[in-house]
Design a protein around this ligand. Structure first.
Ligand code: AHR
Length: 498
């Protein structure tokens, strides 16, 4: 394959990378909460009942904002059920996933977990079967100083100091006909505006995420978003995007070209936000919050059959899925000017990088790109100009074999590069027009024996990153050779500015 050039200039800046694009999502579904993060009966349980092995693995992902409690679950959830003494909480027949919910894990446990993990809490209120007032009460429970009905309830439950939750989502996927309480855009807009006003009246400092289109596939795509944002106006700080992708046609090259359509989804939503801003003649625009994203297409077990912690959508991930996860992250970094929050859906057991089985735990392939990117997330996203061999994906269009993004952090340059070729090594020359590359400080590369290779409980180390140090530095440019079907993260030191 001919050499690919990745050209950068430190002045060609897209924007500061918001650390919150490395967020996660924890929903009451399947074994995500129970047997996932929370399992007082596990040999790994800590003093708060959290699984210490799972938390140690999650710590490596260095996640920021952690969205909770759903997802579809949120649209039937009454938060008060998950407060107070555990043995007095009601067991509920939960309708989003047809499961039994004992409410042993609720707001205070979630806040405790977030504190332990240094996660920014991000709560989705129920705008499906719940009311705007119930949402407002939840803000009071979490954020008001003690001395009023719901803040006193929080104090009585053990937290005198407010939980200080700054990020709130105004419902979940309300455009989807599967959603409990789904309504047309104009009706959701009224609900969301009423909730937003009251929630901000309780605490002016909170930031709100309005429900945007949950897929590009529904007929209401974009029109939903326009109507909602025009009506809610400046009360919406962000609008949400969701996306789950998969290799449904068993065509790896086309699957890996999905980055085109992720870029396009972000750019369409950005255009819509600018349109609404212009139409409203407002100084404020809604930024983008990609609060659910991942690969999900193999496992469709979504009916819990009335059970507690059933095995639901426990997707198994392989090498090509890991490359697609890297593709999402590259796209997020390339849109750092408008994309401020993103949440990998989800964190454990349910479409997740981590699986538990009894007291055992497995790190899936998608764990590693997230870790490799997340530990290099500080800095400013630079415009990557990639020139080199390309191919035509059957449905996703033309892409370079190399998918890339770059972050400048002072005198350090982080480069992320995926080689989509099924069988060929790719030479990549990395050049920074106004600076010289001095040395490769650290690198890792993830690949495996073939596109469908996966880690299993029996063979957990099939898809694993290896240290990468093989960079030639000549005249301030770096040249690297990337394995077929690989994702590589590199940290270079730049020469000091003269
Ligand atoms: O993450 C699983 C589900 O996918 C979420 O509950 C829902 O919002 C989406 O459809």
């Amino acid at each position: 394959m001919e050499t690919t050039t990745l050209a950068l200039h430190t002045q060609f800046q897209i924007g500061k990378v918001d650390p919150r694009i490395f967020g996660g999502f924890l929903e009451h579904i399947g074994r995500a909460v129970y047997q996932g993060v929370y399992d007082p009966t596990s040999a790994h349980a800590d003093a708060n009942g959290f699984r210490s092995d799972v938390l140690s693995a999650l710590r490596r992902l260095n996640m920021t904002a952690l969205r909770y409690p759903g997802g579809n679950f949120a649209s039937g959830y009454h938060w008060i059920d998950g407060t107070g003494p555990c043995d007095k909480r009601p067991t509920i027949r939960e309708l989003a996933w047809q499961s039994r919910e004992p409410n042993h894990f609720g707001t205070d446990e979630y806040i405790q977990l977030a504190r332990q993990m240094n996660w920014t809490p991000m709560i989705t209120v129920n705008l499906g079967t719940g009311t705007p007032e119930e949402a407002r009460n939840w803000v009071e429970y979490c954020n008001a100083p003690a001395g009023t009905r719901y803040s006193d309830l929080r104090a009585a439950n053990g937290s005198v100091a407010p939980h200080a939750v700054k990020l709130w989502c105004l419902g979940n996927e309300m455009d989807g006909p599967w959603q409990l309480g789904h309504v047309p855009a104009d009706q959701y807009a009224i609900r969301a505006q009423q909730a937003a006003k009251m929630m901000k009246d309780v605490d002016k400092s909170i930031e709100l995420v309005a429900c945007g289109s949950c897929t590009t596939g529904l007929p209401t795509y974009m029109e939903w978003d326009r109507q909602v944002l025009e009506y809610i106006g400046d009360l919406a700080d962000y609008v949400s995007l969701h996306r789950y992708v998969g290799n449904r046609a068993n065509d790896t090259l086309d699957y890996l070209a999905i980055t085109n359509s992720i870029d396009r989804q972000i750019e369409e939503m950005d255009a819509m936000c600018r349109f609404v801003q212009a139409k409203r003649r407002s100084p404020k625009r809604a930024d983008l919050c990609f609060d659910e994203w991942n690969v999900w297409y193999k496992n469709h077990q979504t009916d819990g059959e009335g059970k507690f912690a059933p095995h639901l959508i426990e997707e198994e991930y392989n090498l090509e899925d890991a490359l697609v996860v890297a593709g999402f992250l590259n796209s997020f970094i390339r849109h750092a000017d408008v994309l401020k929050i993103a949440n990998l859906a989800q964190i454990v057991n349910v479409i997740a990088p981590i699986l538990t089985r009894g007291d055992a735990m497995l790190l899936q392939s998608i764990f590693y790109p997230f870790e490799m990117f997340s530990r290099r997330r500080e800095g400013i996203s630079l415009q990557p100009i990639v020139a080199g061999p390309a191919y035509e994906g059957k449905t996703n269009g033309r892409v370079n074999y190399i998918d890339a993004s770059a972050i400048l952090d002072g005198d350090r340059l982080h480069v992320f590069a995926t080689n989509r070729s099924l069988g060929e090594f790719a030479r990549v020359q990395i050049q920074v027009a106004d600076r010289k590359i001095a040395a490769l400080e650290r690198g890792e590369s993830l690949t495996g024996p073939h596109a469908q290779a996966a880690n299993t409980f029996e063979q957990p180390n099939v898809v694993q990153p290896q240290p990468f140090s093989d960079a030639q530095i000549l005249d301030g440019r770096a040249e690297v050779k990337l394995a077929p079907l690989s994702v590589t993260a590199l940290t270079f030191r730049l020469d000091a500015v003269e």
